[in-house]
Design a binder for this molecule. Sequence first.
Ligand code: ATP
Ligand code: MG
Ligand code: FE
Length: 346
Amino acid sequence: RIIMGIESSCDETGVGLVRLHDDGTVELLADEVASSVDQHARFGGVVPEVASRAHLEAMVPTANRAFEKADLKLSDVDAIAVTAGPGLAGALLVGVSAAKAYSAALGVPLYGVNHLAGHIAVDTLQHGPLPKPCLALLVSGGHTQLLRVDDIATSITELGSTVDDAAGEAYDKVARVLGLPYPGGPPIDKAAKEGNPEAIAFPRGMTGPRDAKFDFSFSGLKTAVARWVEGAERRGEEIPVNDVAASFQEAVADVLTAKAVRAAKESGIGTLVISGGVAANSRLSGLARERCEAAGIELRVPRPRLCTDNGAMIAALGAHVVAAGVGQSSLDISANPALPVNIVSV
Ligand code: ATP
Ligand code: MG
Ligand code: FE
């Protein structure tokens, strides 16, 4: 069966096509993304109205490109999956409306699905079915969560999450302090490769003995970096951007991987999936690899292109939802900007 996935929760318009095989495996056929990131760069963050308008313009052309790439026709589609939340309300609405239109026009079922679960489900396109259960560390622009996944289509439980900033948000804010472009993840990743991760001892949030075991905090780290940079500026020193980037990145990777590995050990779950935009970070995946190997945990990290927002992740999750026999969504579903991660489909 062919599943079309539509993503529009933030600033990427994504359309993915996958094939659900009878054995439950899901094959990637097309993954087209149009991003409005350049239009937001000068504001240092996504401007919701600009994103919505861009989705509106990009939706149909992006879908058409996906069908061309996969060499499929609209009439080949057996089900439509769309991000129902969480995300920006106006942005989500564009995708949901498009999905309803495709569903009604083609006479195929509609599945409103969870963007965050999609970030995890995408890994099955690269590494095959997820073991049940597995752990997932979801690290993106808006979320940082440690999850227990008993079934990607029906059962996700939150073990912990950030109490303030998301990891990606911290990257974006620190990049701004360092005068690096938005979004901050890629330029910090690059600068850090030339820097010394031990140059500055930045704080590791929520790692004290009395802190909740699997929660995270990045706002203290962000502030510490800003203070450090201000101090150096006040003293008229040149900012060692590479060292600051490397030291900041080390603090983020250290906390994330330490908690994820601890969760795996304590729960006896043998597989950890790291996904979401920040999973594209080279140090995060590198340190996770080292620590998982040492602890005998299988680590799965999708390739960077699949970690950031795309339509294939929604198509993949849609395929798993279809395979699980979950009922289709009603044609009057609406977008839910605050959809919690445990609601995989609506
Ligand atoms: P959410 O999924 O929570 O709704 P989002 O969809 O905006 O948020 P993603 O597209 O998954 O988030 O991720 C975007 C984030 O990933 C940005 O904050 C960006 O800086 C970060 N990011 C991208 N590449 C890297 C990298 N190499 N290193 C660190 N962070 C990165
Ligand atoms: Mg984005
Ligand atoms: Fe995302």
